[in-house]
Design a protein around this ligand. Structure first.
Ligand SMILES: Nc1ncnc2c1ncn2[C@@H]1O[C@H](COP(=O)(O)OP(=O)(O)OP(=O)(O)O)[C@@H](O)[C@H]1O
Length: 299
């Protein structure tokens, strides 16, 4: 049973063709959804619609059972910290505004602050913190009241590896353990690939794919990336030919997507000029798949 249903949702910024068009999907309790797409694909527009910041100009967004604003935890891309409050009060405000008592709010603030390692900054003003520390305050404020639906727009922006992983571990536990729903955009595709069970892939405001992350990856991982290492000097003509065929050339390696070239032909041409020292292949990651799909779609 879907918790959140989007049907043909469109939104365009006034006087432009920019925005999102005909987005439809159903999200269930326990889903941890990666919202991906390159710059300008429409991720923030969609997340702002889900957050209620914008209203659809066409189509509908419904929740079943009906939830209130307090069931949402929202961390927008643009920072929304109250600069005149200290760190502790900023986070606590997120709890108090959802109707928790002062005592409950204090306990909830301590709990999320422990997880995001913010207790040492409690009395500090947000503008005395680093960008990554401010981002953690904003995320803590969005999550402090343990919302049913978490809408996080680039929550790991500015976070180092340790905090990004800590946050994704927390979200994983909330989604898969406590059956809450999270929709998260990020340019850290490796992290999304590792943690999320579903993916919404937007391209130029359109829905390119929505479904299981595993299915999306395995449908594309039939192709592999081949990397050939060589010694010797390659002629400029061969370099140009390889690049024309979509190969990536580095110092002494050439790599390309298996399905996009005639492998025997490339090996023949390489052997005519250089010595091949090793050859390996790797399954494509989410990043390579998206780059490949966007290139095909936009060609
Ligand atoms: N306030 C605005 N007025 C007009 N156009 C806008 C506005 N905000 C965004 N857009 C345009 O709408 C499209 C979608 O933007 P959006 O911010 O949703 O993309 P995004 O996928 O979140 O990108 P990014 O990865 O860069 O954050 C883009 O073409 C963008 O230029």
């Amino acid at each position: 049973m879907a918790l959140l249903t989007l049907k043909d949702v469109s939104y365009f910024y006034e006087g432009t063709h920019n925005g999102i068009c005909d987005i439809s999907f159903e999200a269930e309790k326990g889903d941890f959804i990666a919202v991906v797409g390159k710059n300008g694909a429409g991720k923030s527009t969609l997340l702002n619609l889900l957050s209620g910041i914008y209203s659809p100009q066409h189509g509908s967004i419904t929740c079943s059972p009906k939830l209130t604003y307090h069931d949402l935890g929202i961390s927008p891309q643009k920072q929304s910290i109250d600069w005149y409050l200290n760190v502790r009060d900023n986070i606590m405000l997120g709890a108090v505004l959802t109707g928790l008592s002062k005592k409950e709010s204090q306990a909830a603030t301590d709990s999320i602050s422990e997880i995001l390692d913010l207790t040492d900054f409690y009395t500090r003003s947000p503008d005395s913190l680093s960008g990554g520390q401010q981002q953690r305050v904003q995320v803590a404020r969005a999550l402090v009241h343990k919302p049913e639906i978490m809408i996080l727009d680039e929550p790991t922006a500015g976070l180092d590896y340790r905090y990004s992983h800590g946050l994704f571990e927390y979200l994983k536990e909330k989604c898969f353990g406590e059956k809450k729903l999270a929709l998260v955009s990020s340019h850290d595709l490796g992290m999304l690939e590792d943690y999320c069970n579903k993916i919404l892939f937007l391209n130029q405001g359109q829905q390119f794919y929505f479904g299981s992350m595993r299915d999306f990856l395995s449908a594309h991982q039939l192709t592999r990336e081949i990397t050939i290492s060589f010694s010797g000097e390659m002629s400029d003509a061969l370099k140009e030919e390889l690049i024309d065929q979509g190969a990536k050339l580095e110092e002494q390696t050439v790599s390309f997507i298996e399905s996009s070239v005639d492998l025997n032909c490339i090996i023949g041409k390489l052997l005519a000029e250089v010595s091949i020292t090793s050859m390996g292949s790797e399954r494509l990651g989410l990043k390579e798949i998206m780059m490949q799909e966007e290139a095909t779609e936009n060609a």
